[in-house]
Write a protein that binds this ligand. Structure first.
Ligand code: AMP
Ligand code: MG
Length: 508
């Protein structure tokens, strides 16, 4: 492992919070270089958000650093240890098997941990090769930025590098490295790890670290008397709130994560570890996006309950610190109110029925949403196209069912009378509202563009042939998914028939 010569990214000062925490948490390990690395994509928008030097991704040294072939000056790469529940079963020790934290760097978005995913084996790789294939790396790279564009909390992706080096999955593929960026990659599983070992000292060190560095509101809220001033109960409360919001946003946009194991849950409520995810095409609440999930544990409609189950695991892990079972259970119970509230709010925004001045929704909103989702499911209407056309119809300023914009919506339904019944109720609900404001809200909450499986698949096929232009095009489009992009209509169309035959598994 060489250390690269000073260059723009070497002007960054590296910290390594994991080393500072103590040796229980992480192991020093250098990336394993890949042959002949090349750029696949560089996310200049994120570079700007971070306010890092604009040349930071342009030098040959940057390519070496972000493909794991050379270390930036001052970086101290580590892999961290965690455990977790996978598919409902305790899986014991896991850990960063193919992710390395290079360290943390200050930015305009606050201090950010920089991870290389796919940079070689670590002490936690178990039987894995420590690599990530081009296919799944493109999916993670694009989707994390797409989620950010949708306003959903997520880890981000700074750049994507590849190598001709082969990696064997079901077939020979080639390797890639995603550079991920987040304030912290701490997972529920990090807490579960120390709790399962009965190691309460590192458990407390980790909780204190997360609160002081990332969730300062815990101390403030506890000092204000919340949860009897028990700061660890407040930590669980804050994570519960963030998770409830994230789940409501996933559901509202039709996002299926696919592998909601507790080791894939972020303590900061960030969408994390993009594997067999999918945005729904036709609305099917029972949709299972992960071909390996034979029981449908992580089907779309189960996600909110799985999040609660996962929070329960976190609650158990934090129990020795909270030291009050009733309090722990009371905090967990709050999810049952917080999630539906957040979902109601998200659906009210999608329907243009959110009161702008108050957090509550229009009173008829819940009933309208329920009947609509039942109808969308019965007809398997395309989720994204439906909401966007509905937004355009409201924007037309007419509530007349035969207005061309409303006909566009009606055309998505076979059962015209069921649609007409719902449309009548909806028109009544909109009657006294400021429809121009409602349309603006809807167009800002119902994306025109999402990373459908087939769009990612086309980009992947081209990338395998050495053409990365589609990755770039999708990245640009998905970073502003609510904008019209009139020249890119094709990306907003209904999926082709072959889209339903795409199978995405845990293999990545
Ligand atoms: P995932 O299902 O991707 O969240 O991975 C579960 C665990 O397996 C994590 O600890 C990963 O770091 C590890 N893992 C997954 N794929 C690999 C691989 N190719 N090499 C080493 N570890 C891996
Ligand atoms: Mg994972």
């Amino acid at each position: 492992m060489s250390t690269s010569a000073p260059s723009s990214h070497d002007s960054l000062t590296w910290h390594q919070p994991w080393v500072d925490l103590g040796e229980a948490f992480a192991t020093r390990v250098n990336p394993t270089p890949l042959n002949a690395p090349y750029w696949i994509n560089r996310n200049t928008a994120l570079l700007q958000d971070l306010d890092w030097p604009s040349q930071g991704l342009s030098s040959p040294d940057a390519l070496l650093a972000f493909s794991g072939c050379a270390l930036p000056l001052g970086a101290q790469p580590v892999a961290t240890v965690y455990s977790g529940h996978q598919f409902g079963m305790w899986a014991g020790q896991l850990g960063d098997g193919r992710a390395l934290s290079l360290g943390a760097v200050d930015s305009a978005l606050g201090r950010q941990d920089i991870q290389l995913k796919g940079a070689g084996p670590t002490p936690y790789s178990r039987r894995g090769d420590g690599r990530a294939v081009l296919r799944s790396s493109i999916r993670e790279y694009l989707c994390s930025e797409a989620m950010h564009g949708l306003g959903i909390a997520t880890t981000r992706a700074l750049c994507l590098t590849g190598s001709p080096q082969t990696v064997y999955r079901e077939e020979m593929e080639t390797a890639a490295v995603v550079t991920r960026v987040a304030p912290s990659f701490v997972r529920f599983g990090h807490f579960e790890h120390f709790a399962a070992q009965g190691q309460h000292a590192p458990l407390k060190i980790l909780a204190d670290h997360v609160m002081t560095q990332h969730l300062p509101e815990c101390a403030t809220r506890a000092a204000g008397g919340e949860h009897q001033g028990n700061v660890f109960a407040v930590l669980l409360q804050v994570v519960t709130e963030k998770t409830a919001l994230m789940l409501a946003q996933w559901q509202a946009v039709g996002f299926c994560h696919g592998v909601m194991n507790t080791d894939n849950m972020s303590i900061l409520g960030l969408t994390l570890d993009y594997g067999p995810f999918q945005f729904l095409d036709g609305f099917n609440p029972r949709h299972i996006c992960n071909h390996s999930d034979t029981q449908g544990r992580y089907a779309y409609h189960r996600q909110p309950n799985v999040a609660y189950w996962n929070l329960y695991c976190l609650g158990q892990a934090l129990a020795p610190l909270i030291n009050n079972q009733d309090l722990t259970l009371a905090v967990l119970e709050s999810y049952k109110t917080l999630f539906p509230q957040a979902l109601d709010r998200a659906m009210a925004l999608k329907l243009g029925l959110a009161e702008t001045s108050a957090p509550g929704a229009h009173p008829e909103c819940r009933a309208l949403t329920d009947s609509l989702l039942t109808l969308l499911a019965k007809e398997q209407v395309d989720f994204t196209v439906f909401w966007r056309r509905l937004s355009q119809a409201v924007a037309s300023a007419s509530l007349e069912p035969d207005h061309p914009a409303w006909v566009q919506v009606r055309d998505l339904f076979l059962d015209r009378s069921a649609w007409a019944d719902w449309q009548t109720l909806y028109a009544q609900a909109l009657q006294n509202s400021d429809r121009a404001a409602a349309a603006r809200t809807m167009l800002a909450h119902n994306p025109k563009y999402v990373l459908r499986n087939h769009l990612a698949e086309i980009a992947i096929r081209q990338a395998k042939l050495g053409d990365f232009s589609e990755v770039d095009k999708l990245l640009n489009l998905l970073q502003s998914p609510f904008d019209e992009h009139p020249t890119q209509e094709a990306y907003a169309q209904l999926p082709p028939d072959w889209a339903s035959s795409i199978e995405i598994s845990c293999s990545s």
